[in-house]
Design a protein around this ligand. Structure first.
Ligand SMILES: Nc1nc2c(ncn2[C@@H]2O[C@H](COP(=O)(O)OP(=O)(O)OP(=O)(O)O)[C@@H](O)[C@H]2O)c(=O)[nH]1
Ligand SMILES: [Mg+2]
Length: 369
């Protein structure tokens, strides 16, 4: 391993052929005075690897390409970053996007801050004075702020002093990362790093998030779902399987609800609002029975069956009400399409119902010591 390098810049790429050249050219003057390398960890199906290979021949910097074949792309973006960290030869590793939303000039500032204050991690933040998230639309901004708030709620101690835990732009001391502890899953690799490492000192440097240089966004609803699973996995690893079963039961309840509503309205000729009340209540009972049998079958609970049933009905009804203001906020204030907003609202209400199920309804009796 070449320990003389001071910095490795790790750039995860997926179909960014039009940005590679521009990124390397902008990094060159910034890193000229440093012994630095740029590592592209690439999961592309376009000509990105060809562009990187061309750059490696002409650039003034050392440019390396780690191309992952389709069957090697575990963990998506996060998996790519971990692979980059594993292969990096610099004592510092800066992770940044390829699309120039992360200004190359900020890389040197991150490094200066890390060296001056002897930090293990420096996060480039959009949310401190001098920073901005101007490149984001209203919906993305709301999702970004909402997920940062959720993460802060779950990890208040670890995220103290980190205003932008969703940032994809940061610099880390390579020796402070415990690679074998990481379980990357999608976009939010910084949160994974912070929660699973023991960084001594963490700092932040503000920057202005720019517009995408070229190509298409890879952010998606799937990434949103991955983030929710990641939160549970980080906070309560043993609950991930239960959450998955809980969510599947919720979906099956939706089917029961719709089918019964159609049946009662069309066949039994019931007024549709009366039919809706009956089908909603039946779906809640269905969900309860399945949750009892499939999620908490072997659990010794503090409350008896009747208590659990009453609490579950109450929580479900309240959670259903909760989706309305979330829906309103996302559609009216943020301008999200109502069908997308509804999915977010349902996901949020499922998480709330699950955490109440875990902590209260199917709570274990207090242990006697
Ligand atoms: N290796 C790898 N890189 C990825 C993957 N998904 C996204 N990336 C890269 O990660 C970086 C961030 O992805 P973006 O699509 O820019 O995500 P974003 O910045 O949140 O979204 P936009 O604001 O729309 O650009 C980019 O350099 C992508 O090419 C992946 O599955 N594997
Ligand atoms: Mg981007």
């Amino acid at each position: 391993m070449d320990e003389t390098l001071s910095l490795s810049v790790v750039v995860p790429t997926r179909n960014e052929a039009e940005s590679v050249d521009a990124l390397v050219s902008s990094l060159e003057p910034e890193l000229a005075a440093r012994a630095a390398e740029v590592i592209f960890v690439d999961d592309s199906d376009d000509e990105t690897p060809d562009r990187v290979a061309e750059c490696s021949l002409t650039a003034a910097l050392t440019v390396r390409l780690l191309h992952r074949r389709p069957e090697e792309r575990a963990g998506g973006l996060g998996g790519a970053v971990v692979e980059g960290l594993r292969q990096a030869r610099g004592s510092w590793v800066c992770v940044m996007d390829a699309d120039l939303q992360h200004p190359p000039a900020t890389v040197a500032r991150l490094l200066e801050a890390a060296e001056a204050k002897d930090l293990d991690l420096v996060v480039a933040t959009r949310f401190r004075d001098g920073g901005s998230d101007g490149g984001l639309g209203a919906l993305r901004r709301a999702v970004s702020r909402g997920s940062a708030a959720a993460a802060r709620l779950l990890f208040p101690r670890r995220l103290r002093g980190v205003s932008d835990p969703m940032s994809g732009f940061f610099l880390v001391r390579r020796s402070a990362v415990e690679l074998q502890r990481l379980r990357p899953n999608g976009f939010k690799i910084l949160l994974e790093l912070i929660v699973r490492s023991s960084f001594r000192a963490v700092g932040e440097v503000p920057y202005a998030f720019a517009e995408r240089h070229a190509g298409e966004s890879k952010a998606s609803l799937r990434e949103g779902a991955r983030f929710l699973v990641q939160l549970v996995r980080l906070r309560k690893p043993e609950a991930t399987g239960r959450l998955a079963r809980f969510a599947v039961i919720g979906l099956s309840g939706l089917v029961v609800n719709e089918a019964l509503l159609a049946l009662l309205t069309e066949r039994a000729r019931l007024y549709y609002l009366a039919a809706a009340v009956i089908s909603t209540q039946t779906a809640i009972l269905w969900n309860f029975a399945l949750t009892e049998r499939w999620v908490y079958a072997r659990r010794n609970c503090q409350f008896d069956l009747k208590g659990r049933l009453v609490a579950f009905c109450l929580v479900c009804t309240t959670a259903q009400l909760l989706t309305i203001p979330i829906l309103y906020l996302l559609v009216d204030s943020v301008g999200a399409p109502y069908l997308v907003a509804n999915l977010f609202a349902i996901a949020a209400s499922t998480l709330v119902r699950f955490s109440i199920a875990e902590r209260l309804i199917w709570k274990r009796p207090p242990s006697v010591t």
